[in-house]
Structures are given as structure tokens and as C-alpha cells.
Design a protein around this ligand. Structure first.
Ligand SMILES: [Fe+2]
Length: 498
């Protein structure tokens, strides 16, 4: 392995930091490197795996203004591995957001974090709450050969070259009808059938939500208002051939507190949930379907079948946790990031376009979240979903599971104790014609060995364990969302770096 240090940053986090999401597997990285000819520890790197795996990370350099840091405040950092002809190379870079650059120049935090009052921010900023830093640390996807990183409270979509990780500015997708600083939420989607980019945003200004459609070249062609009853907190969207789907869940900023500019999420189960089917072509009204109360972080997919629109995702049995006598502010904070405490379960909603009725069912008794699937099946009927299994008590992934949604059969792999994975997309084998023919790729953070690996799994047999283990140049922080782009995707693969 050949390693080049690109840039070293000075961390201004406290010495002997006690924060559970800035230590251990969440210890931030402060050095950007390029690494070539990575060492294979075990197995063999498949020669028919050609593409780039990208993973975003909340990677703070500064403490919160009041010290009340939330892991979703951390600055975006991309980690990537490129596979080509059985060889691999690795890179990591901060997402060079306007907020990070301003804080680096100021030498300290300028914007209040999610647990702090926006009034503490020293400058105007971004986000549905307003006056936040757009950390661009939540999600990453690739559209039109360019990686887009996004922030779950909305902001800009930052563009990055997926091969070099060089910054390419921000996507020009703001529409005058969008609230200032809320161009795009996390979880935009690519429809591979049309090449379009679908995205949404939300804010505290009526109509509170929009869906955006960009053409295959990344130009905004449509901004569709989605009127909600008030400010809501959707995290993900789904789409079918004709519709974008937005959730209106009864977990949102308590209006009584919001009137005092306090952003505190409260659960109103008596309101139930609603799903809006938004015509992608901008014609016609949004059609709303009622459903049982819940909150959904992530959808796995949606598709149309006959007169039904079918949506799959992760229902939460406990979107908010009751405070018990033993609970402390720290224990409540830890529970708020634990998919087991949320009781996340694979779920299916069926919306009958003829009658307006909804049918829904829980599909799995076991907890999982962070779904991925063959990107070519997004918006179409799929058979396989890959998801992460959470480490109880922590926002960390200790296992991966593939589910055959037709039969319910699962293939599960659990990492050794102290080893944590990241979101693991499906990566089609070169030339594959079958939906399930390919690999699953993840980064690990190994607290036993103080090291990180990229691990490649046979998608059809996760239970077998990794078929290739590739050493990364350093232990990397755990993170959030990830993406896979084949080298054959539009705009990628012409620049080789090996
Ligand atoms: Fe997410």
C-alpha cells in the first residue's frame, strides 16, 4: 500500500473528550489521504467488481457552541474506495462546505447545533430550523457522474468528483419557491430508468415541503409544492414510475414551543400518518393516504402494481422513548439514536388508487434499518433488500442482512464484537443480468485491532462472511449513508487514478 498525506487538520475538540459520538468507533479523522494498491488481508478482490463506494461521515473539528454536540452536527467527510481490475484505491476528504470553511477561518464554531437554540448562531445559515450549519454530512448519492452530499435538515447539494473527491461547488437546484437555505434534504433519489434526479425539501414556511425534479444533466425542470398542515420533519422519500412519495408523520416540532422559537420534536399519534403521492410530471393534485401513526427514517423502495402503489420501509413501533425513573439526559440521548429503541421493523404499505384505502403490514419481527437495493430497481418491483442491524444502545452497525422480500428468507452476517460496519449498498457484478447477482461492500471500524477494512460480500450469501478483506490506511470513523456507482455509469470511469 502506498499512502500520500494530502492535508492535516487541527482538531479543536476537547482533550480526553468524553462524548460517546466523538470517541471509540466515532473518533473523527483529521488527516486526508490517498492510498493506492491496498493490501488484501483475506480472500480475493473480485475482478468483475468495477465502481466506487462512497460513504459520508459526521466528522467534527469543533465542539458545539455550548458543548452540547449531537453527532448529526459533525462536518461531512467522504471516504471512498475504487475497484477496477481487482485493484483498489482509497481516499478521504472533508466536504468543503461554506460553513466548514467559515469556521476554519474563524477558528471555532459559528453555528448552533441541533441540541442548541438557533439564536446562538453567530451568522445566518441554512436548514429547516434556519441559522444552522449545512454540514452536508448525512447522505451521498451519485447522479450524472457527480457525487451529491446532503444534510438531513436541508441545505445545498454539494458536488464532488467521485474518483478524485475534488469539490465541484454546489448544485444549482434552488427554486424561488423554496425557503432560503433549504434547497434539498438528505435522500434525493436517482431514477435510473429516466436518468432524473428526484429530491425534496422542508421548512417552517408554508407550504412546508417541495418535491424537485432535475433532468439527467442535473438541471432543475420542476418544483412541486407539497402542502402540509404545518412544519413537518420528513427524512426520506420514495418514488414510483409516476409518483414521488412524501410522508407526513405525527412526529414534528411542537407548535406551542415553535411559537417561542424552540424546536422540540413531539409525537402526536392521534393524528396518524399520511403519505402523499405527488405526480412527478407536475400534473394533478397530491393524493393523500392515511396510515397508522409511526415515524419512518428510511424507505427501501416503492413501485406500482395494478391499481396499487406499494411502499416498503421501516416502521417505528416507538418513535419517541418514554422517560423512566432511571433515565438521565445522556441515557435519553443514547436511546434517541438506537434503532432497537425505535423498534424499527421492515414494513409494507399498499395504497389503493381506486378506493383511496391503505393496507399495511409489518414484514419482519427483527430489527433492521438503513436499506439498500440494486439501484436499477428503485421505483420498480424489487426482490432483494440489504439492510444494517444495529448495535443495541448505539448508532453503530454490527450486522448486515439480505432479505428476499418474495419468500421472506434472510441471509445474516454479524461482525465480531467490537467491529462495526457502514451502510452497505448492493454492487452489481459487471455484466450481471439478475437483480441479485453482485456484491455488497462496506467499511469497517475495528476497535479490537484499531484498524479499518473494506469488506466485500457475495450478495447472495452474506452469512458466509466477507469474500475479500482489504486494509484501509487508518482506522476511520463510523458514519451514515453510502452509495455505489459503477464505473460504467454516465460520466464516470474516464479518469483512472491507478
Ligand atoms: Fe437517512
Amino acid at each position: 500500500m502506498r499512502v500520500e498525506t494530502i492535508k492535516h487538520y487541527e482538531s479543536k475538540l476537547p482533550a480526553h473528550d468524553p462524548h460517546p459520538y466523538r470517541t471509540g468507533a466515532w473518533t473523527p479523522n483529521v488527516t486526508e489521504v490517498d492510498a493506492y494498491d491496498l493490501d488484501v488481508i483475506d480472500g480475493e478482490v473480485p475482478r468483475d467488481l468495477s465502481g466506487i463506494y462512497l460513504r459520508n461521515t459526521e466528522n467534527p473539528l469543533f465542539d458545539a457552541i455550548t458543548g452540547r454536540y449531537h453527532p448529526f452536527d459533525g462536518d461531512g467527510m467522504l471516504h471512498s474506495i475504487r475497484f477496477e481490475d481487482g485493484k483498489t484505491s482509497y481516499r478521504n476528504r472533508f466536504v468543503r462546505t461554506a460553513g466548514l470553511l467559515a469556521e476554519l477561518e474563524a477558528g471555532g464554531p459559528l453555528w448552533a447545533g441541533i441540541l442548541e437554540s438557533p439564536e446562538l448562531s453567530k451568522r445566518d445559515g441554512w436548514g429547516a430550523r434556519t441559522r444552522m450549519k449545512d454540514a452536508s454530512s448525512t447522505d451521498v448519492i451519485v447522479h450524472n457522474g457527480v457525487a451529491l452530499t446532503t444534510f438531513y435538515q436541508c441545505g445545498d447539494a454539494y458536488l464532488t468528483d467521485p474518483t478524485t473527491l475534488a469539490p465541484r461547488g454546489v448544485a444549482r437546484l434552488h427554486h424561488p419557491s423554496f425557503a432560503e437555505g433549504t434547497t434539498m434534504s438528505a435522500h434525493p433519489k436517482v431514477d435510473e430508468a429516466t436518468g432524473e434526479l428526484l429530491f425534496f425539501n422542508y421548512s417552517a414556511e408554508a407550504p412546508y415541503c417541495h418535491v424537485g425534479v432535475a433532468d439527467p444533466a442535473g438541471n432543475l425542470v420542476r418544483a412541486i409544492p407539497v402542502a402540509l398542515p404545518g412544519p413537518r420533519l420528513p427524512h426520506d422519500m420514495a418514488f414510483t414510475r409516476r409518483f414521488a412519495i412524501i410522508g407526513d408523520f405525527p412526529l414534528f416540532w411542537d407548535p406551542a414551543k415553535l411559537a417561542q422559537n424552540v424546536h422540540r420534536a413531539k409525537y402526536f399519534p392521534e393524528l396518524g400518518s399520511r403519505f402523499g403521492l405527488v405526480p412527478r410530471d407536475g400534473s394533478g393534485e397530491v393524493r393523500w393516504f392515511s396510515a397508522d401513526p409511526t415515524y419512518v427514517l428510511h424507505f427501501s423502495n416503492a413501485y406500482e402494481e395494478g391499481d396499487e402503489v406499494i411502499l416498503e420501509g421501516y416502521h417505528q413501533g416507538a418513535p419517541v422513548q418514554e422517560r423512566t425513573a432511571d433515565d438521565t439526559p445522556i441515557s435519553m440521548f443514547m436511546k434517541s439514536l438506537d434503532m432497537h429503541a425505535m423498534k424499527a421493523r421492515r414494513h409494507r404499505w399498499r395504497f389503493d388508487l381506486r378506493t383511496g384505502a391503505t393496507r399495511e403490514e409489518i414484514l419482519d419481527d427483527e430489527c433492521s434499518e438503513f436499506p439498500t437495493l440494486h439501484a436499477g430497481y428503485a421505483g420498480r418491483k424489487h426482490r432483494y433488500v440489504y439492510a444494517a442491524i444495529g448495535e443495541p444502545g448505539f448508532f453503530l452497525f454490527s450486522g448486515l442482512v439480505r432479505t428476499d422480500v418474495e419468500t421472506g428468507a434472510k441471509s445474516t452476517y454479524r461482525f465480531p464484537k467490537g467491529v462495526f460496519a457502514s451502510e452497505a449498498p448492493f454492487c452489481p457484478r459487471d455484466g450481471a443480468s439478475d437483480e441479485g447477482d453482485g456484491y455488497v461492500v462496506t467499511f469497517t471500524t475495528d476497535m479490537n485491532e484499531d484498524a479499518s477494512e473494506c469488506q466485500v460480500f457475495d450478495a447472495a450469501d452474506l452469512a458466509r462472511g466477507p469474500i475479500a478483506r482489504i486494509r484501509l490506511p487508518m482506522r476511520i470513523s463510523s458514519g451514515t449513508h453510502a452509495a455505489w456507482t459503477p464505473l460504467t455509469a454516465r460520466g464516470i470511469g474516464n479518469t483512472t487514478d491507478q
